[in-house]
Design a protein around this ligand. Structure first.
Ligand code: PEP
Length: 254
């Protein structure tokens, strides 16, 4: 990790928990994360629990993030959607955009992800753009072309859109499977993504925090975060347990 890049650990709670669980988990992380104030910590609960989580972490350095955001801005006849402005209103700082489960289960194409990314930025949210290849794509030698297409859909010719953003590299084959990318595999993918951004703007590439996601646990976090282009983690399963999540924060804090 380069000194100029902030380390971030973000928890993606997915569709888990209820109101009590969310408040308690956010409160427990808030109580324990005061030791790690020099890293960014984010919690992404389901939409109905965002406000409660935001309240539980109020006054701490922890931020709350949404797991998705509407591609449409403001208000309108978009049944079931939640706009970036609404997310800001309930205390969100971040929004995940393009998580592989949104892409594979809910039809978020690269174009939709790009629209959501732009809407998040326009609302003043920090997008956490998720990129990642499937096992078939990796085995077929397509990892770089898939990552490039996902990145380019958002970046286009203007890397400025990536300023004040975060990227999460999450190989689909490592999400929720218990099969983590090796530190070398994570580093290679991160270096590829950073290098591609650097072709447009070296400054933005150098400053962009890039998280690894995919079965990160307390036992493997430190070796992943030791890679030069890995600046933290996007954590699914292990973020549902305060002790595990805080141990991963400790690994990022170094
Ligand atoms: C995720 O869903 O973003 C994720 C990384 O999940 P897990 O840590 O459970 O693999």
């Amino acid at each position: 990790m380069t000194e100029s890049r902030k380390r971030i650990v973000a928890g993606n709670w997915k569709m888990h928990g209820d109101m009590d669980f969310s408040s308690e988990l956010a409160g427990a992380v808030a109580a324990g994360a005061s030791d790690y104030e020099h890293i960014g910590v984010a919690l992404c609960p389901p939409f109905p629990y965002l406000a409660a989580a935001a309240e539980a972490v109020e006054g701490t350095h922890i931020h709350v993030g949404a797991q998705d955001v509407a591609a449409q801005s403001g208000t309108g006849a978009y049944t079931g959607e939640v706009s970036g402005q609404m997310l800001r209103d309930v205390g969100c700082w971040y929004a995940l955009v393009g998580h592989s489960e949104r892409r594979s289960l809910f039809g978020d194409t690269n174009a939709v992800v790009a629209a959501k990314y732009q809407a998040a930025r326009e609302a003043g949210l920090v997008p956490i753009l998720c990129l990642g290849e499937t096992l078939d794509e990796r085995d077929g030698g397509q990892m770089e072309s898939v990552l490039a297409a996902q990145l380019d859909a958002v970046m286009g010719d203007d890397a400025d859109v990536l300023s004040d953003a975060v990227i999460a590299y999450e190989p689909v084959w490592a999400i929720g499977t218990g099969r983590t990318a090796t530190p070398e595999q994570a580093q290679a993918a991160h270096a590829f993504i950073r290098g591609r951004i650097a072709t447009k703007s070296d400054t933005i590439a150098r400053h962009l925090p890039m998280l690894y996601g995919g079965s990160v646990k307390p036992a493997n976090a430190a070796e992943l975060f030791a890679q030069p282009d890995v600046d933290g983690g996007l954590i699914g399963g292990a973020s549902l347990n305060a002790e595990d999540f805080l141990a991963i924060c400790a690994a990022a804090a170094g």
